[in-house]
Design a protein around this ligand. Structure first.
Ligand code: GYE
Length: 327
C-alpha cells in the first residue's frame, strides 16, 4: 500500500472512532439521571443553629450532587411563601422548607401539590388537616427536648435539696413547633412535682437581643425570686446571661440556667459553669434531606417523620469529653 493511501486510511479510521465515541457519550448522558433540582426555603439567620443548618444543607447538596435553589426568608413567612411559588414556577423536582410558624401554608402547598412537586418539611412542622400536602418531616423531637430539660431540673432540685423552684421561661417564636413542643414537654414533665412553679413565660423569638430584653423585664419583675431560667434556645440564653450578671446574680449558681441547641458558644459557657444544662438539638439534617429528596424524585416511599438522635449536656457529667460542635 502506498504511503498516501495508508495515511488516508488512518485519518478515516480516526474520524470514525471519534464519531462513534461521541455517539456513545451522547447515549451515556441521555441514560444518566439529570441532577435533582431542590428548592429550599430557609427561615432566616436568627441563630448559630440556623447558620449551622444552612451550611449543612449546602454541603450535603454538593456531596449528593443535588442542585440547590436556596432562598433565605429573613424571618418572614410571606418571603417563604413567595420562594415556594418561585420554586413551583421553576418546576423544581422537590421542595424543602423550614416553616417559621405552623399556620398559613395550605394555599401555597396546595399549589405545589397540584404541580406534582413533593414537599419535605425540614426542622419545623405545620398544622394542617390535609396530611397529603407534605411528604414528610425531617426534624428534631422538640417535645422530647422539653422533657429532657424538665427531667434535668427535677434531678438538679433533688441534688440541691430545693423546696420551692421558681422558673422563668424565655420561649421561642410564637406559633412555631419548637416553641410549642419545648414548652409542652417541659411543662408536662414538671407538672406533677409540687416544688415547680413557672412564674412567667415570655416570648424571646429565638433572638439574642430579645433574650436580653426578656431577661431584663423578668429581673425587674421578680428579682431574686428567680431560681431557674429555662430558655428555648442558646441565642436567647447568651443574651440573658449578661443581664443576670449585671443585676448582681451569678448564673449557674444563684440561678440555674437551662438552654437548648448545643452550639459551640453555649457549650463553652456550660464548661465555664454559667450554664447548667444544654439539651442538644442538631442542625445537621442535610444528609437525610438529600436522601429523602432523591427517593421522592424516584417515586419511592419515605418515612412520615424522621427524628435525629439527640443528647443532653449538663453539670452532671464530665464536660471535658465534649468534642467540637461544628455550629
Ligand atoms: O432551636 C433555634 C432556631 O427550629 C430547632 O430555631 C430550630 C430552632 C433552634 O433559631 O436556635
Amino acid at each position: 500500500m502506498g504511503k498516501r493511501k495508508w495515511l488516508i486510511m488512518v485519518m478515516v479510521s480516526n474520524l470514525l472512532l471519534a464519531f462513534f465515541s461521541f455517539a456513545c457519550q451522547k447515549n451515556d448522558s441521555a441514560q444518566s439521571d439529570p441532577a435533582l433540582l431542590l428548592g429550599f426555603s430557609q427561615i432566616g439567620s436568627e441563630s448559630a443553629w440556623r447558620a449551622g443548618n444552612t451550611k449543612d444543607i449546602e454541603e450535603q447538596a454538593e456531596l449528593f450532587g443535588v442542585s440547590l435553589m436556596f432562598e433565605n426568608a429573613n424571618q418572614k413567612q410571606e418571603n417563604q411563601i413567595a420562594a415556594i411559588r418561585r420554586f413551583i414556577a421553576y418546576k423544581v423536582d422537590v421542595i424543602a422548607f423550614s416553616p417559621i410558624v405552623e399556620e398559613g401554608w395550605e394555599n401555597v402547598l396546595t399549589e405545589a401539590k397540584n404541580a406534582g412537586i413533593p414537599v419535605i418539611l425540614v426542622d419545623r412542622d405545620i398544622c394542617s388537616k390535609d396530611k397529603e400536602l407534605t411528604a414528610c418531616l425531617i426534624g428534631a423531637d422538640f417535645y422530647e427536648e422539653g422533657v429532657m430539660a424538665g427531667e434535668y431540673l427535677i434531678r438538679k432540685a433533688d441534688t440541691l435539696g430545693l423546696e420551692q423552684v421558681n422558673i422563668v421561661e424565655i420561649t421561642g417564636t410564637d406559633n412555631s413547633t419548637p416553641m410549642e413542643q419545648r414548652q409542652a414537654g417541659f411543662a408536662d414533665t414538671i407538672a406533677s412535682d409540687e416544688r415547680m412553679n413557672i412564674l412567667e413565660s415570655i416570648d424571646g423569638d429565638f433572638i439574642k437581643s430579645r433574650g436580653a430584653e426578656c431577661m431584663r423585664t423578668l429581673l425587674e419583675k421578680y428579682g431574686d425570686d428567680i431560681d431557674v431560667v429555662y430558655s428555648h434556645n442558646d441565642e436567647m440564653t447568651l443574651g440573658a446571661l449578661p443581664e443576670i450578671e449585671e443585676a448582681g446574680f451569678v448564673p449557674g449558681k444563684d440561678i440555674i440556667i437551662i438552654s437548648i441547641d448545643g452550639g459551640q458558644d453555649a457549650i463553652d459557657v456550660l464548661k465555664d459553669g454559667k450554664i447548667n444544662c444544654v439539651v442538644e438539638c442538631t442542625p445537621k439534617l442535610g444528609r437525610k434531606v438529600m436522601e429523602t429528596a432523591i427517593k421522592l424524585k424516584n417515586g419511592e416511599e419515605v418515612d412520615d417523620v424522621i427524628h435525629p438522635e439527640e443528647q443532653i449536656f449538663s453539670d452532671e457529667q464530665d464536660l471535658s469529653t465534649i468534642g467540637p460542635r461544628g455550629y
